[in-house]
Design a binder for this molecule. Structure first.
Ligand SMILES: Cc1cc2nc3c(=O)[nH]c(=O)nc-3n(C[C@H](O)[C@H](O)[C@H](O)COP(=O)(O)OP(=O)(O)OC[C@H]3O[C@@H](n4cnc5c(N)ncnc54)[C@H](O)[C@@H]3O)c2cc1C
Length: 408
């Protein structure tokens, strides 16, 4: 499945990319990582410090196309960066993820006027689009209670959305609403639109410090220019945005897993019991080997998904599978990291304890496991198959073998 792209994410040259990635890595480890303990204590990201750092290192423009002032990274280039953010405090990773993911979605499905109005500001962090799908009284996807009724030259939106990340930072909300009994449409609604109000919700288990608010739309009038695409195209925009965003969540699972593995390796080499480093015990070695195997498998799946997307291929099956595998992998890896660390890993604010809590959000972002199974199975049952080879290694005679197996 391929589609025409009006916006080209051609990425930066290797040299430009290395410079950007180095800037971001420096910002992550020298400016942001030292704030981890403060954010966990205060359950609040100090935006006065964090936002200028993100702006300065270029984190807001990573997925904004170059013609709108961003870096226009390819997915292959973006994944290691979002994975690096997932190694430190999760609340910051979530801010960066949502900002970039929905700047990317807007560049893919918005029209030229919408892109020009928002993307140059998004490249610097002056503007940001939050994703408003989930509702307190309805399911996700097409099961929506929010309505948009035609009125004059525009629409009137009524309903509630909750758990909306960056609701404290967003300049716009990407709102999904029913324009007919079976028709979902997407709208870009400005934060200060009359009738739109935002209330904070309780602090979360992990990824602390950001806001995931309750957004109420009480007879909010928008012009027809707020409609993204045509009426009834909301479901397809939603699926397209989530398709690549699920890969970003899987990259976050990778980053968290890699940090948990690094911490575990260091602990296994330094912690001595009964006269020997615990890393010399076979039981601990097994945990480490299993953690590394999950990391390696996830890296391979992510590389494949990124290469396909960058080549212009739709990847609904792959993105659901890598998202699901990623959350299971990070679950196993952070669990084993706790086992390797013993009691000290369970103490509040130990990096391993925080990674374990932060990882749990990956179960929910961009859809629960139930949704991922449903999408992957739908694609398989409607004809999705893996290609004949992977990387440089082909599988000669595959067709014959598949027919042979099918005949048994
Ligand atoms: C910190 C945080 C940030 C978030 N950020 C955003 C955001 O920015 N924007 C946004 O729109 N949402 C956001 N969400 C919401 C998140 O995407 C949802 O919580 C998640 O998709 C699950 O939806 P739900 O909470 O409505 O759970 P429910 O739909 O109530 O699901 C509860 C359980 O029932 C299962 N279930 C539900 N329906 C079915 C069905 N038909 N068949 C089988 N099983 C089913 C689910 O898989 C799950 O296990 C965020 C959530 C959190 C916690």
């Amino acid at each position: 499945m391929s589609y025409e792209r009006s916006i080209v994410y051609d990425g930066l040259s290797d040299t430009e990319y290395e410079r950007l990635a180095e800037n971001v890595r420096t910002a992550i480890w020298e400016e942001l990582a030292p704030l981890e303990s403060r954010i966990e204590d205060e359950e609040q990201i100090p935006y006065d410090i964090v936002l200028p750092v993100l702006r300065e290192c270029g984190a807001f423009g990573l997925l904004v196309p170059r013609e709108y002032g961003g870096s226009g990274l390819s997915i292959r280039q973006y994944l290691p960066i979002i994975a690096e953010f997932a190694k430190i405090q999760g609340g910051i990773r979530v801010v960066v993820h949502v900002h970039n993911s929905f700047a990317h979605a807007l560049s893919e499905v918005g029209d030229d006027t919408q892109r020009k109005a928002i993307l140059p500001g998004a490249a610097t962090g002056a503007k940001s689009v939050a994703f408003a799908l989930t509702e307190p009284e309805h399911g996700t996807g097409a099961d929506l209670g929010t309505t948009a009724r035609p009125s004059g030259s525009g629409f009137v939106l009524t309903g509630q959305k909750w758990l909306i990340t960056n609701s404290d930072l967003a300049s716009h909300f990407f709102v999904f609403a029913k324009t007919g009994p079976e028709e979902v449409s997407a709208f870009l609604v400005e934060r200060d639109a009359p009738g739109l109000s935002i209330e904070p919700l309780p602090e979360t288990m992990g990824c602390k410090g950001g806001e995931h608010g309750l957004v109420t739309l009480d007879e909010v009038t928008v012009d027809s220019s707020a409609l993204v695409g045509k009426p009834g195209e909301g479901q397809q925009h939603l699926e397209r945005a989530l398709e690549i965003s699920r890969v970003f969540i899987a990259a976050s699972s990778l980053g968290t897993s890699e940090r948990a593995l690094e911490l575990s390796l260091a602990h296994a080499q330094s912690r001595v019991t009964f006269g020997k480093a615990i890393g010399q015990r076979q039981a601990i070695q097994r945990y480490l080997a299993e953690m590394a195997t999950d990391v390696y498998a996830l890296r391979g799946m992510l590389a494949d998904s990124a290469a396909k997307w960058d080549a212009g291929t739709r990847i609904p099956a792959e993105s659901s599978m890598v998202k699901q595998f990623g959350l299971e992998a990070v679950g196993r890896v952070t669990d084993r990291a706790l086992l390797v660390h013993g009691g000290i890993g369970y103490t509040r604010k130990h990096p391993v304890e925080r990674l374990y809590r932060d990882a749990r959000l990956n179960w929910l972002e961009e859809g629960t496991p139930t949704i991922q199974y449903m999408v992957a199975a739908r694609e398989l049952l409607s004809g999705f198959r893996f290609s004949d080879g992977f990387g440089a290694i082909g599988w000669p005679g595959r067709d014959e073998r598949v027919q042979g197996y099918a005949g048994r």
